[in-house]
Design a protein around this ligand. Sequence first.
Ligand SMILES: Cc1cc2nc3c(=O)[nH]c(=O)nc-3n(C[C@H](O)[C@H](O)[C@H](O)COP(=O)(O)OP(=O)(O)OC[C@H]3O[C@@H](n4cnc5c(N)ncnc54)[C@H](O)[C@@H]3O)c2cc1C
Length: 408
Amino acid sequence: MASGALRNTSKLGLSSLKWPRTMFPQSRAFSAHLTETQCAVQDMTRKFTEEYLKPKAGQLDLNGRFPFEPIKKLTDLGLMGATASEDNGGMGLDYLSLAVAIEELSRGCASTGMILAIHNFLYVNLVNERGTYEQKERFLNNFTNGGRIGCFALSEPEAGSDVANIKTTATSDGDYWVLNGKKSWVTSGVEGSATVVFATCDPALRHKGLACFLVPLDAEGVFRGKKESLMGVRASTACDLTLAEVRIPKNNLVGEVGEGFRIAMAQLDQARVGIAAHAVGIAQAALDTAINYAKERVAFGKCLTRLPSVKDRLTDMCILIESARLLTYRAATQVSTKNSAMAKYVAGKNAALVADHCVQILGGRGLSTNYPAERHYRDARGTQIYGGVTDIQKRLVGHYLLKENDAL
Ligand SMILES: Cc1cc2nc3c(=O)[nH]c(=O)nc-3n(C[C@H](O)[C@H](O)[C@H](O)COP(=O)(O)OP(=O)(O)OC[C@H]3O[C@@H](n4cnc5c(N)ncnc54)[C@H](O)[C@@H]3O)c2cc1C
């Protein structure tokens, strides 16, 4: 399908709903039902995925090739600025619409869904919600509808889960901040045009010394490492970034010095909704694969679907997906640390279980790269790691559970 046709379809389909110019409220009473707008986003992304993205996913994964064309088409559809304000070239959608889009895209190509999730939830939304007018002019408008990709550089070789241990420094020098350090695992770091960087202005203060900066990736002193070779989401890229005496203007600071930790954690609360939706999409793809195969495959004179153990596995898959989806939709409408952590915890674990059932149902073919089951299995695993490891999500849920009950 030509991109023009997609653009027209989306514009017609979505603009006819006449949503208000102001952004949708991000918090409303949770309902399992999607609104008319959310259904339209779901229909549009499902059609895009089925007709265009899914047929490409196997080759993109096999060759570890970044999905440039799909991302270009998603830009044309407006989804690279899904929840950004219309004044900055975004669509002004709510988080659940974005989560639904990520789920549908990940159902076709997990790498594309993940790239969209990180770009929107960890870069675009941060600049949209916290940036100054001038920062939005420089670091948002071209990223919502101009084809540029944004990144989030928090992790370091010695600071993954332990964010307070960040070693990258920011030193004030006249009208500039000077950044030095090394970041790891920066998604889209190879292709991106700019990134948010978290650095310490006073290491002795640990997390209270952190600040958030906007850094163009072509700035002098920024060196991009090689693309990591990944087990799953192989068409996405993650790389190191070395920052050597990188001078950025003072007004590239987002918020205040000392606010970096709070900004990063709030953004991760949003991103976990995105990664949970991504996990639900991968799990749904695994169930689709398993059902289609089981309907056709005959063993002991009947279709696999007639075998009680296969039917049991398919039923388990359905329940695992539906429970993860409901938690994800709830977290998208009521973003909080507890809701997001619970959704990501359940969606990541369930995706891995569902993908494992899928491989089993395909038998020997489940291990063959000629079938998508093994790709879903590899793609599912990472959803328990990036965006915050499962172990910590569980601890966060426990913390808030006890806090709510005055039991800390
Ligand atoms: C494909 C990919 C893309 C990524 N993209 C980005 C990105 O765009 N930007 C970015 O900043 N980072 C990114 N990351 C980094 C990712 O967020 C980290 O890998 C993750 O937070 C875990 O950090 P770590 O790898 O250092 O593991 P560690 O923190 O060393 O943890 C290893 C293990 O130790 C255990 N553990 C550690 N701490 C605790 C604890 N407090 N409680 C219980 N168990 C614990 C867990 O079992 C955990 O799995 C990406 C990673 C991958 C693999």
